[in-house]
Write a protein that binds this ligand. Structure first.
Ligand code: GAL
Length: 437
């Protein structure tokens, strides 16, 4: 019961009590007992707000969210927007906070969730989010959302989220001046990449910048893709590629080689810190999703001059993707306003405000290309023409329990670099939580 309702109940009880008391006393005052006044209960402001939860707090990410909030406020001037973003790249902190709130049945009205297993294997499985088919019908979204995406946010004919963007995971960010000064061309194969990093290292340049552990998982998935190719990479998640095979061992060995070129303080750096090393000319390469592009833009840097990009060597022609989407909580405290938010998130206006700043391309197929910079236009072309595979670190291919087992094994591996132990742990993780059961 709300505070106001409680007050009203207490006032009513007191009035009732005084009426009964007066009646018992047999006095005439009973008839003159004060009438409850309509104005005793102020206008209910409840509902005129919406709480949206994400991990977009800085480095280009908050700016993107703010741009979409602006569109929301223009369309919903009376609704207070409560931005409950929790800092930490890839949602490492935010998702823990969210899990606690969900377990206590105190959900935000709407939250950021990745299309794919993160959504289906967690929030849908636990019945935490509402199907949104009615919105898709009302807003005509099935005509504009990509066919690749709908199955990743659906179960049993129900569609569970509103994708706002497509991000690319397998991007190699480069510092063009550092490469040129060292006579290094942008590598296109794993072997070329290793050779380039040898040259850079010999010249005293930090070859590859990396950050905290989730960025190591991000790097790992791109190297696995480069080593295995898209079909065998997909097979890791569907069960058709044997995690214990020599091919997977070779992929892990490639990953160890690449890790040999990263900065020693990686564990204490955020993804922005690592990307900053490249922009500042203190490292030559960084592997990161294209939210890095939003960060570079926020720093006022110019594409092709201050930074360059290419598919992670060995992954040309493949677009390793992820998609941020927003959901509607079961029991959302402000359901109508949450739906208003989702309408903006799924709209052309919302997506064209958000994505050029965030460093992603719109999930909708009808975004206004002219609003997107040269990098994002290249991403649009690749999304349309490349082979598309999903990201592990960002929720597409593995559910939370599988991903967390992989993450635990990865933590040990980063410390001991023992390939056989790591491979056995990956085999076990697939058996425990993946399709190898
Ligand atoms: C991803 C998310 C991106 C970006 C990135 C870094 O998981 O999908 O939108 O926020 O984390 O924080």
């Amino acid at each position: 019961m709300s505070f106001k309702k409680t007050i009203w109940a207490v006032v009513s009880l007191l009035i009732l009590f005084s009426l009964v008391l007066s009646a018992c006393q047999g006095g005439e005052e009973a008839t003159t007992a004060p009438e409850p006044e309509e104005t005793a209960v102020p206008e209910q402001p409840a509902g005129q707000q919406v709480e949206v939860f994400s991990w977009w707090t800085g480095g280009g990410e908050a700016a993107g969210l703010d741009a979409m909030i602006k569109v929301f406020k223009e369309q919903n001037p009376d609704v207070e927007f409560i931005n409950s973003a929790v800092a930490g790249g890839a949602g490492t902190n935010a998702r823990a906070v969210l899990a606690t709130r969900l377990s206590q049945n105190q959900p935000p009205d709407s939250w950021q969730g990745h299309a794919g297993q993160e959504l289906i294997g967690t929030y849908v499985k636990d019945q935490k989010i509402e199907p949104l088919n009615f919105l898709y019908e009302q807003e005509g979204w099935l005509d504009v959302m990509p066919d690749t995406l709908i199955p990743l946010i659906s179960q049993d004919g129900n569609i569970y989220s509103v994708p706002v963007n497509i991000h690319r995971a397998n991007v190699l960010w480069t510092n063009p001046a550092v490469l040129e000064a060292n006579g290094v061309a942008v590598p296109t194969t794993l072997d070329e990449w290793i050779a380039a990093m040898d040259t850079l290292q010999a010249a005293g340049v930090q070859p590859l910048a990396m950050g905290e552990q989730w960025t190591a998982m991000h790097l790992m998935e791109t190297v696995f893709l480069a080593s295995l190719g898209p079909d065998a990479y997909n097979g890791l998640w569907s069960g058709s590629t044997d995690w214990g095979s020599p091919e997977v061992k070779a992929a892990i060995e490639n990953y160890v080689k690449v890790l040999g070129y990263v900065n020693s303080d990686a564990a204490s750096l955020s993804w922005q810190d690592a990307a900053q090393l490249v922009i500042d000319g203190k490292a030559a390469f960084n592997v990161m999703g294209d939210w890095a592009q939003g960060f570079f833009q926020e720093l006022g840097k110019e594409p092709n001059t201050d930074y360059g990009w290419a598919p992670v060597p060995g992954t040309g022609g493949v677009f390793q993707f992820l998609s941020d989407s927003f959901v509607l909580a079961v029991g959302a405290p402000h359901r109508d306003e949450a739906i208003a938010w989702l309408k903006v998130a799924g709209s052309k206006a919302g997506q064209d405000a958000f994505n050029p700043v965030k460093g992603s391309i719109p999930a909708r197929s009808d975004g206004d290309r002219n609003l997107y910079n040269v990098y994002l236009q290249s991403a649009m072309d690749d999304w349309a023409n490349n082979t598309v595979v999903g990201s592990l670190a960002h929720g597409v291919v593995a559910n939370d329990s599988w991903k967390s087992e992989i993450d635990t094994a990865l933590g040990l591996f980063l410390a001991d670099k023992n390939v056989d132990t790591f491979q056995s742990a990956l085999v076990a993780a697939c058996q425990n939580s993946g399709p190898c059961q």
